[in-house]
Design a protein around this ligand. Structure first.
Ligand SMILES: *Cc1c(COP(=O)(O)O)cnc(C)c1O
Length: 414
């Protein structure tokens, strides 16, 4: 058996380039030229392997797709201009007007907004507070086409029971799509747990350096599409289990126009080489910060490895023994939350996660400003919630920084 980091560095994409390059060449071009018109015709007819135009295919993107697909154990992948581009393309590839999506309610704010947007196109989402097997059985209808959930929701930190939910979905002939951005393949491989499609915002942990926006859709290739139900795939019936992937690549993704930029694919590729190392350090730092903050009387801390966390058992069961890089705590009031955030020396105030630098934000006044209170609280966001995306700095410095900021704010309150 080959382990995570070795596989990451010595997979299929680590060699085989024309001049022996150890990293993928960057094809920073819009189009590809051919010697004869006949040749280009064959490329367009998919009779000859080749590239024509970057929006419909580019070798640097293909390398990243191969690398991530290999890591996830997928049949193929399509990389997109952002995580949101990936989620929209994936859903639009199998939903038509009149169709329904069942989704967890603690989703990423942008995803919730997108699902609301899709209502205007006749695609209805049924949100459920907890996306469980029982909820799927209860909510599924004739029109349900996909179940959508986040493996570790951000910032509520609810964990999706992938085997249970996928069993319920499959029993109804419906695929499970999982946004695994916050978990990364280092913590879990949803396809091996029963999910059918995995989506990442590569802008976060996969890239790791916070230097480019991107997204990816990985298809497990094992779902048996019934085109009588999934009529959006009816023209792609002949591709069997690859129907979704082919529809996505040669139709929806290509026509929506959300391809990843070649340079971003390269930056994501090189960032990913340290994914295992970063996640180990990030999770260990997060565990130490959460542990230290949990000892402060009156401070409510939300982190998966804390023993009182409702999803604590999933750390071993589904997440490779790790709690991930995100933690939240409730500061008491919005003012105290702001005071703590402003006091922190090393955590930077930014609306991002998965950076090597520790980032901090007040989600209620930023990421969730468009959500109503009920929707916000279902996502684990209260008026006084502080979200931390833990980086790779030295744990001692981070712990001290957070302890000082919190204690200072609590002292002012007294
Ligand atoms: C950031 C994020 C997205 C959206 O990704 P972008 O690259 O910002 O478009 C989707 N899902 C989750 C869980 C995220 O954290």
């Amino acid at each position: 058996m080959i382990h995570f980091n070795t596989k990451l560095l010595h997979g299929k994409t680590s060699s085989g380039y024309e001049k022996g390059e150890l990293l993928p060449p960057i094809s920073q071009v819009s189009a590809f030229g051919y010697e004869s018109m006949e040749e280009l015709e064959r490329v367009f007819e998919h009779k000859k392997m080749g590239y024509a135009y970057t929006r419909i295919g580019n070798p640097t993107l293909a390398t990243l797709e191969q690398k991530i697909s290999e890591l996830e154990g997928g049949a193929g992948a399509v990389c997109c201009s952002s995580g949101m581009a990936a989620i929209s393309a994936a859903l639009l590839a199998i939903c038509e007007s009149g169709d329904e999506i069942i989704a967890g309610s603690g989703l990423y704010g942008g995803t919730i907004d997108l699902l609301h947007d899709l209502e205007r196109f006749g695609i209805h989402t049924v949100f459920t507070k907890a996306l469980t097997g029982e909820a799927v059985e209860r909510l599924v209808t004739e029109r349900t086409r996909v179940i959508f959930g986040e493996l570790i929701s951000n910032p509520a930190l609810a964990v999706l029971d992938v085997p249970e939910v996928s069993d319920a979905a499959h029993a109804a002939g419906i695929p499970l799509f999982v946004d695994a951005t916050t978990a990364t393949p280092y913590l879990a491989k949803p396809l091996s747990l029963g999910a059918d499609v995995v989506i990442h915002s590569t802008s976060k942990y996969l890239n790791g350096g916070g230097n480019s926006i991107g997204g990816i859709i990985v298809d497990g290739g094992s779902f048996s599409w019934d085109v009588k139900k999934h009529t959006a795939l009816s023209e792609f019936k002949k591709y069997g289990k690859a129907a979704f992937l082919v529809r996505l690549r040669t139709d929806i993704w290509e026509n929506l126009g959300g391809c990843m930029a070649p340079m971003n694919a390269y930056l994501t590729y090189i960032g990913m080489d340290t994914l295992g190392l970063r996640m180990e350090r990030i999770c260990s730092n997060a565990d130490r910060i959460a542990g230290a903050l949990a000892e402060i009387p009156g401070l409510e801390v939300n982190y998966l490895t804390l023993e009182n966390h409702p999803y604590h058992t999933y750390v071993e069961k589904e997440l490779n023994g790790y709690g991930g890089g995100i933690l939240t705590f409730r500061a008491g009031t919005k003012e105290q939350a702001f005071q703590i955030i402003n006091h922190l020396k090393y955590a930077m105030i930014a609306s991002n996660i998965g950076d090597i630098r520790t980032l901090v934000i007040h989600p209620a006044s930023t990421l969730y400003m468009h959500s109503g209170r009920e929707e916000r609280e279902a996502a684990g966001v209260y008026e006084d919630t502080v979200r931390v995306s833990v980086g790779i700095e030295d744990a001692e410095d981070l712990v001290r920084d957070f302890q000082e900021a919190v204690e200072e704010a609590l002292r002012c309150r007294q």
